[in-house]
Design a protein around this ligand. Sequence first.
Ligand code: M6R
Length: 364
Amino acid sequence: ELGDYDHYMLKEIYEQPRALAATFSAAGGHEVADSAFGECAAEIFDRVKAVQIVACGTSFHAGMVARYWLEELAGIPCEVEVASEFRYRKRVQIPGTLLLTISQSGETADTLAALRDAGTDDFVGSLVIANVDNSSLVRESDLVFLTRAGAEIGVASTKAFTTQLVGLLMLTIALGRRNGLPQGREQELVNALHALPDYVQQTLALDTAIKALSEAFIPKHHALFLGRGIHYPVAMEGSLKLKEISYIHAEAYPAGELKHGPLALVDDDMPVVAVAPGDELLEKLKSNLEEVRSRGGELFVFADRQAGFTSEPRVRVLAMPHCPEVAKPIIYTVALQLLSYHVAVQKGTDVDKPRNLAKSVTVE
Ligand code: M6R
């Protein structure tokens, strides 16, 4: 089953162009029809005024990315919370809230319990984005969007995350249409979804360059990941991947928080990874990064190849494919998946079955 790959994780990273295309086309492709989410989706979507996302781990990070899309593109207030916290908190519910769970397995105990607990609250309905048909979350939700990632065997979630983002962007379009998303903007988003497999393929072509960067992490015990805006959850996902499979302690921070504490940690033993596509926040991020460099830290900058970053002593730049804004969280995540993979392989850890972890967490 592994074919030419050494690990399932690598195989699954490389399956992403196909998985993304399959997820988009199985959900109706360009049409982005309400029916992709279930028979009574239109009726529920018409009443949605807010979205509450609940998930764990990597699926939680997908929800964090989606929050930016739902608020910015669809104008819909969105909260995101890890399932284990959501369950145990007394909440104040905005009327007209859609409960959205996200789960590769559809069996994560905390997420399932959150859905069950929420049953009595005043939600307009529940939607799950899941990769396993007929799983518990699928059976117990009003609406379902199935990702078509295929079986994900590696404990580290890769293709499930990126296909979840396809479902989440399609949901943003479906809700945005009801809330003034201009037709032309919708067309641009659909075009980006259509072209996504190609941008991911271009990112996979950087594998050798990413492996070369990864070598610097092997002797390290800690790493910082920085991002701003929608790229902060991408940094969180990159840091989760690194800690999960390479056992290097990694933390993610919104870049602007650096000087409010974590900058004290930065020295020449602390590599800093910056997710810095050429967005409007780039200039601020550049000045944050300058602070790190002047303290002896080594920077690894993942930047759009048109952004004008160049490598210099202690700053190593990986020039990423140029692509539409909405595709960026996906392709930068793919690059960080490869970074973690290569660090872990060279450290000799059990990449597909990291210590202490299970693929599906069915206990609370
Ligand atoms: O099956 P789920 O998406 O509900 O799983 C949630 C988390 O347990 C999972 O994403 C976990 O964080 C991964 N091992 C991360 O790579």
